[in-house]
Design a protein around this ligand. Structure first.
Ligand code: FE2
Length: 420
């Protein structure tokens, strides 16, 4: 690394950026991408990293996870049926053990697992149906403590409802005043259809009052009559909040009749809003009321994408009562999502990194500051493969994760010898 007059510069050689077929070099100066071009000459004394023709992507993004529940699987007991409802029961039994420090210890571990997999941005939902808002306080403190290597966006998530939980509206407003980045809602879990619509009105009103984003747990149920989404989309359109609004899960859309979806798609496109699918957890938790055939319960990712609507993928749960597996590696939801969504066409595979990078950046509303381009902060990851197809297929390591030109995480690839 050279340092002249306080300016530090590094040269990364021989990288394929996203789906590019020509390799380029990247000069990083003072934590920013200064020059991206083929065959850049090293400056005298400049540190050079030969990347050997590997894939470079902008940082991986986790656009939907519940960090407040992560790493609690098996405590105080395992979810034996694997159902959503036994998961809720397990969580209720864990809640008495919650303290601010206990939450911070678990989340600190989880975000380092995420960082090791190239993640630099996380949107986490945090349960606010807690009169003490313990987890919210913990996450707000952590957001500040880890900001040098991870951006955490916090959604105030009313797990049991805004109107169907005592003082739900007040708790949501308190969480936003404390500093949550986004307002949540859970219309399909409210007691009545009227509460469902009214809870969304409250969510939008509070988001506008405090200038926050919105991310709704929307229709995460196999009930085809669950129609929260049409209200979210209409409010996103009418308020002009548009791409500040995200509908997460929308699994009921899997079960909607096609005639309804054709009508619905119009307002979805007009709204400009984002979607997040959580393939691993929704395939695991969905279809549980079915005999056979059993529904996959993933929202219509292929059709939404074909309409030009932004969709990203989340893990949702990492080793907790609703998902007993998970290490935070976003390769998993991409892999599962492509299979469950009938999206293993060649181009679909090659472009699938966007579900956890550029599309997810739109969901998080990161704007032009995100991406590998001259002038932006030098945030990028290098995979141990020449392209995304191989990176996905062979589940390769993230060799390096750089942020503002500084190394956040590195992994040495495993080496196997077959003796035959
Ligand atoms: Fe969720």
């Amino acid at each position: 690394m050279i340092s002249q007059g306080g300016v530090k510069s590094m040269l990364f050689k021989n990288l394929f950026i996203e789906n590019a077929t020509e390799a380029v070099d990247i000069r990083v100066t003072d934590g920013k991408f200064e020059k991206i071009a083929a065959n850049l000459e090293a400056l005298p004394g400049e540190e050079v990293v030969d990347c050997g023709g590997k894939l470079a992507l902008p940082p991986v993004i986790e656009s939907h996870v519940h960090l407040d529940t992560c790493l609690t699987a098996g405590r105080p007991r395992w979810n034996m049926s694997g159902t959503l409802f036994e998961g809720i029961q397990c969580w209720e039994e864990y809640k008495p053990f919650l303290t601010k420090q206990e939450v911070k210890d678990r989340v600190n571990k989880a975000i380092r697992m995420q960082a090791s997999n190239g993640i630099q941005h996380v949107r986490t939902h945090v349960d606010i149906n807690d009169p003490k808002l313990t987890a919210m306080e913990a996450l707000l403190e952590l957001r500040d403590e880890v900001k040098d290597f991870m951006d955490i966006q916090i959604v105030a998530f009313p797990q049991y409802g805004i109107l169907s939980y005592p003082k739900g509206k007040e708790l949501l407003e308190d969480a936003l005043k404390m500093g949550a980045d986004a307002a949540g809602a859970i219309p399909h879990f409210e007691f009545t259809r009227e509460y469902s619509v009214e809870s969304l009105n409250i969510c939008f009103d509070l988001a506008q009052k405090y200038n926050k984003l919105i991310d709704v747990h929307c229709d995460e149920i196999d009930d085809e009559a669950s129609r929260g989404l049409e209200t979210v989309a209409t409010r996103a359109y009418e308020t002009g909040m548009r791409d500040m609004v995200t509908a997460s899960h929308t699994t009921a859309m899997h079960s909607y009749n096609n005639a309804y979806v054709i009508r619905l798609m119009r307002i979805l496109k007009m709204s400009g809003m984002n979607f997040v699918a959580n393939p691993c957890v929704n395939v695991h938790l969905g279809g549980r009321a079915d005999t056979y055939p059993k529904r996959r319960s993933m929202t219509r990712v292929k059709e939404l994408t074909a309409e030009g609507i932004n969709v990203s993928f989340g893990y949702d749960d990492i080793f907790d009562p609703w998902n007993p597996l998970g290490n935070g590696n976003m390769r998993d939801p991409v892999f599962m999502g492509l299979y469950a969504g009938h999206m293993l066409g060649y181009d679909e595979i090659c472009n699938s990194y966007k579900f956890v990078t550029t599309n997810a950046a739109r969901t998080l509303h990161l704007g032009d500051a995100y991406g590998i381009k001259e002038g932006n902060a030098a945030n990028f990851v290098v995979f141990d493969a020449k392209n995304w197809y191989d990176a996905l297929n062979y589940d390769v390591s993230v060799l390096y994760s750089y942020r503002n030109g500084k190394l956040v995480a590195e992994t040495k690839p495993k080496e196997t010898t077959v003796h035959y």
